[in-house]
Each structure stands twice: as C-alpha cells, then as structure tokens.
Design a protein around this ligand. Structure first.
Ligand SMILES: [Zn+2]
Length: 71
C-alpha cells in the first residue's frame, strides 16, 4: 500500500491589511473666520510594516474649504 501524495491545496491569497486613516486633527487658525475653527491633520497609512504619513488634510468647519496637499 503506497501512501497517496496529498493533493496540494492552493495557497490562500496573501491578505494585505492596509488601512488609511486620518490622524488626530489639530486646531488651526483660520484667517477668514479669525478664529481657531480650522483643523489640520495627517493622513496615515497603516501597514504591517508600520505607519507612514502619506498626506495631510485641512479644512475649516465654518468655511468648509478642504485642502489637500501631499508632502
Ligand atoms: Zn474659516
């Protein structure tokens, strides 16, 4: 009786767990509203290797003029 070779099951597709999340927003001065109604924060990319900043976001809750600039 010869042992049968096990059928090779296909490998599961590697799951790449990546999250893009917004960092904690910081209040910022809005020169239009003349108040700290703006907010700015970092856009974070969470990977198994770690966290990296891939961009930033900013806006004013009064003016609502969101800006995006990478850097
Ligand atoms: Zn404003």
């Amino acid at each position: 009786m010869t042992p049968r070779p096990r059928p090779s099951s296909p490998r599961p597709f590697p799951v790449l767990t990546v999250y893009v999340t917004a960092g904690t927003a910081r209040p910022d001065w809005c020169h239009v509203c003349k108040a700290y109604t703006r907010f700015t924060g970092d856009v974070l990319l969470l990977t198994p290797e770690g966290v990296s900043v891939v961009g930033s976001y900013a806006g004013c809750e009064i003016c609502d003029e969101p800006e995006e600039h990478r850097g």
